[in-house]
Ligand binder design. Structure first.
Ligand code: FMN
Length: 249
């Protein structure tokens, strides 16, 4: 069973590719997280966790949900992490997580896809994004082949820098940077409510026809990147930047 979480579509794209290749089912965790659903899920096929990389780890919202949910059947777990650049030492955390869950760790695949974190960096333009996604498809398919054969995913050795990024930097990032306080809307907001629908953690509600952000933001960039009138900004950082969503095949 493929379990995926996605803010702007990259990980959904990877999950759907793997769904077709593995002949398996892909479940969108946003639905389960958003509605606080933790009913037992069963799969005889290995668990394939497909997620964006957030500060060189699996998003904590996903590990939190996995901790609270019983997954029966297969004890094998693969991780497929989409990223803009790198996953640091995420493998070590995924291995430790599997131990905690009683799973056999079968490796982590790094899938470089377009950067979506416009609260900090730039996203690529459409043509560049399409090229990056095309290149990523080959790596996704290679990971799929390892999973089909029941092998372990090959991994790169983590450097000291990787350990620092996935360790103290991740902790500091989540503690001090991941907040919704800098989101605001411009006059071009039509009050359509798409941001509320796209928010995978139920952190947005419409008040007087405008989105209001609560305290549970994961910085997934779904609201700001899916807004049809580009009316949402994140402080000054996002102004004038390309809004990113994964291009269609
Ligand atoms: C909060 C946040 C943190 C991120 N941290 C990293 C990171 O540590 N390394 C990296 O290469 N990309 C990072 N990115 C980029 C995303 O992992 C990447 O664009 C991913 O494919 C987005 O997936 P999605 O479209 O499924 O949400 C980050 C993005 C966000 C929103």
């Amino acid at each position: 069973m493929i379990l995926y979480f996605s803010g702007t579509g990259n990980s959904e794209h990877a999950a759907k590719k793997l769904e077709a290749q593995l002949g398996d089912t892909a479940l969108n965790l946003a639905y389960y997280i958003k509605n606080d659903i933790h009913k037992t899920i069963h799969s005889e096929k290995p668990w394939v966790i497909v997620v964006p990389t957030y500060a060189w780890q699996v998003p904590h919202i996903v590990t939190g949900w996995l901790r609270q949910t019983e997954l029966t059947g297969s004890h094998d777990a693969y991780f497929v992490m989409t990223c803009g650049d790198g996953i640091g030492n995420a493998s070590a955390y995924n291995r430790a997580f599997c131990k905690e869950k009683g799973w056999t760790y079968r490796g982590t695949a790094k899938i470089v896809m377009p950067e979506n974190y416009i609260a900090m960096f730039d996203a690529p333009d459409l043509e560049t994004s399409k090229r990056i996604v095309k290149a990523a498809d080959r790596i996704i398919s290679r990971a799929g082949n390892y999973i089909l054969q029941g092998g372990n995913l090959p991994e790169e050795k983590a450097t000291l820098k990787d350990k620092i990024l996935s360790g103290p930097i991740n902790t500091g990032f989540n503690r001090f940077y991941v907040k919704a306080t800098k989101f605001y809307t411009k006059d071009s907001c039509t009050g359509c409510g798409l941001c509320e629908n796209y928010c995978p953690v139920n952190n947005i509600s419409l008040k007087n026809g405008r989105p209001v952000w609560g305290d549970f933001c994961t910085h997934c960039m779904a609201c700001i990147c899916h807004c049809p009138t580009e009316a949402i900004e994140y402080g000054k950082t996002s102004v004038g930047k390309v809004r990113y969503t994964c291009p269609e095949d």
